[in-house]
Design a protein around this ligand. Structure first.
Ligand SMILES: [Fe+2]
Ligand SMILES: [Fe+2]
Length: 266
């Protein structure tokens, strides 16, 4: 059994958005989830995460090529970067996946956990050979401690092969571009969901396919306890605001709802 301490559990309230160290979002003995931060002050800020399960490390959405050095340094503050076991890639966009070749050069044994549709496109980044872990065929990933990750498809949000990762023990949802926000006035954790909506709208109305896709995804989450949503861009969403975040997706009008608003239903 892992050693529990007073600092175990979700720690979003105490999270620091310091750029010179990894920020622990969740801890339970030898198991932890970190936000690794990014160096640039941009409205389209990428969030990169590390799941550490003892000596087993998984990067979540490793990020762009130009972020590699920064992310490498952050990982090295936690565990040897060449010991990482894999990287989860929620879809093939360059802000998510372009550094995959750099990571595979650090450790060619890293698995790439993704969907077949993403896997078709990832070789276009010209990475060294790697082992593909198919998250559709194997939706449960068991960590050495016995904890597990569950991969939940998110079709057309925004890519057909997009998926999210649910960490059952920590009740965290790594949501990729879903609940991503574009905001210069950034803070690590959302403090007011109402004030966060314009930043969510900027991204979702343009990128997400339709209300049907959004509602369908929320239905897939039905019954899952979620304490925090960890998107690939913008602020993280803590426990008190998860219900509002789910309702935001249910109500979302986006993509084809807007572009083809004048067309009748068939
Ligand atoms: Fe994307
Ligand atoms: Fe993205």
């Amino acid at each position: 059994m892992p050693n529990h301490s007073a600092t175990d559990g979700l720690q979003l309230q105490h999270a620091l958005d310091r750029m010179d160290q990894p920020t622990a979002l969740y801890k339970d003995g030898e198991h932890a989830v970190y936000w690794l931060g990014v160096p640039e002050d941009t409205a389209f800020r990428s969030n990169i995460y590390l799941i550490r399960d003892g000596g087993h490390g998984l990067l979540v959405d490793p990020g762009s090529r130009h972020l590699f050095e920064q992310v490498y340094r952050r990982v090295a503050q936690i565990m040897p970067p060449d010991s990482l076991a894999g990287m989860i890639i929620c879809h093939q966009d360059p802000d998510v996946a372009a550094s995959m070749g750099q990571w595979l050069t650090v450790n060619p044994a890293m698995k790439v956990l993704t969907t077949p549709r993403n896997q078709v496109l990832l070789p276009h980044y010209d990475p060294p050979a790697y082992e593909f872990y198919d998250v559709e065929a194997n939706p449960e990933y068991r960590l050495p401690s016995g904890r597990s990750l569950r991969f939940i498809p998110a079709p057309f949000l925004h890519f057909p092969g997009a998926f999210t990762t649910y960490h059952a023990a920590a009740r965290l949802l790594f949501s990729g571009d879903i609940w991503a926000a574009i905001d210069l006035d950034w803070q690590l954790v959302v403090s007011s969901f109402a004030e966060h909506i314009p930043a969510l709208d900027l991204f979702h109305t343009e990128y997400m396919a339709s209300n049907l896709a959004a509602r369908g995804f929320v239905q897939r989450l039905d019954g899952l306890p979620i304490d925090a949503i960890l998107p690939q861009h913008g602020s993280l969403i803590g426990p008190a605001m998860v219900p509002e975040a789910l309702e935001y997706l249910r109500q979302l009008r986006c993509g084809t709802d807007i572009i083809y608003a004048g067309l009748d239903q068939p």
